[in-house]
Write a protein that binds this ligand. Sequence first.
Ligand code: UFG
Length: 339
Amino acid sequence: MKKKILVTGGLGYIGSHCVISLLENDYEPIIIDNLSNSKIEALNRIELISHHRPKTYIEDVRDEEKLEKIFSENDIFAVIHFAGLKAVGESVEKPLMYYDNNLVSTLSLLKVMKNHNVKNLIFSSSATVYGTPKHVPIVEDDPVGETTNPYGTTKAFIERILIDVQKADKDMNIALLRYFNPIGAHPSGLIGEDPKGIPNNLMPYISQVAIGKLKQLSVFGNDYDTRDGTCIRDYIHVVDLALGHVLTIKKLEQNPGLVIYNLGTGVGTSVLELVNAFKEANNVDIPYVIAPRRAGDVSQCFASSDKAFNEIGFKAKYNIYDACRDSWNWQKKNPNGLN
Ligand code: UFG
């Protein structure tokens, strides 16, 4: 019998790649997604890639009654909790919406997991919990909580809640996975990042400039204290990130209690280096202008990935050139995203 893994937000960007990775590794993903930032077409694409159509519930994770039904109908071994709102700027404008969505969904999930004696949970956290890093590479023991926007604060709050929950129930196994900057797409070009409206993040913006939907990229600041003056981030291929979840489930199967891992590559890349990698990998032009700094951006943010390597054998296989190629392949094949 394959172990059933409930994937909240399983039709989203990272969630859909994780579903593929679970299927490839003989787990049975079950999806719950309210389509607030995803499309049902992602399920058709998952089926095209894997020749399997996972059981899917179009519901909101905050709805405890619906969750009760899902947990009663399926013998869930573990939950991977991706569902949540994630736009930094929007969270500053609408903090209540962010606290309601991200916190209430997690609380509902925890209550229903308890009712059904489900003991394993992976939470989709973010490097944003480190706020402005004191040093790079960032290690998991570095201070967290001094976040710079409500989105980041929801991630930090949820981490605290989960730490308390695990303390109170030592039989629970909880993994907090702090993602750095996911980019790239499935090599098939069938699933990828599909932002609504004008993208906030760098890679989808670059891709839309490349295809001509946007005129030029604005590089936010070239006067940072870095090698070329632009901000440095740790860009990780989404397929690598997805596999990190499978490795983490295998860890949870050994009853480790609470574990916290950075999921990054350990390599920092500047904005201009990513632009150049995209140009080189794909032989396309990316017109850009230097614009003022964006509020809230930190100069450098990249992971120490040693702990995840030592404890779960996680190591990024793909580099930024692979990710640029796969992002472009996805963009070209789906110029208007998933429809
Ligand atoms: N950038 C530009 N132009 C753009 C978009 C981004 O120059 O049009 C720059 C940003 O200033 C930053 C870098 O590209 O220096 C990366 O920006 P992203 O918005 O792609 O990513 P961030 O590092 O700001 O944010 C990401 C996630 C957040 C998370 C944060 C910290 O999107 O969810 O990392 O972990 F909170």
